[in-house]
Design a protein around this ligand. Sequence first.
Ligand code: HEC
Length: 142
Amino acid sequence: MARVKHAVTVSLWLLTSTGTTLAGETRQLVKMPEPMQEHMLGNMRDHVMALDLILAHLAAKEWTMAADVAEQRLGLSSLDRHGASHMAGFMPKAMQDIGTSMHRAASRFALRAQEGELEPAVAALRDVTAACVACHAGYRIR
Ligand code: HEC
């Protein structure tokens, strides 16, 4: 019962904090040309696939593989692959900063993962997902 209550509290909190409140849309609309939007959403789908793969590697204690996926697909090494410098120009500064914090957090996670200890690695991975959530709560492109 306590657990159900907790779940309800959490869902209510999510409802009021993800930008789509009962009072309407609170996320800032960031305008960018159509092809850029497609590119950005493609990157995003890759982000969530990367997270999935990272968790699979962590579960299998494949530390180096978890670290490699994080660094290459989400970390500072992924900036070129994602055309980040190109895209950043369309984003408000605060949004860019969240993006940068996500890339940094992913690179920090990669270092932690290589140390082969689950707890610090998971804590570092949570900093990555916190950046996903922060940006999604604040911005939309359509
Ligand atoms: C700097 C901002 C930012 C960060 C950081 C960010 N996203 Fe996004 N993401 C967006 C925006 C903006 C959209 C589009 C929202 C809209 O307009 O509906 C989006 C959309 C998505 C989508 C939907 C893609 C589609 O095809 O519709 C997924 C999945 C996603 N993000 C996953 C992630 C994951 C996982 C992370 C973290 C690892 C992440 N994002 C980090 C800004 C961000």
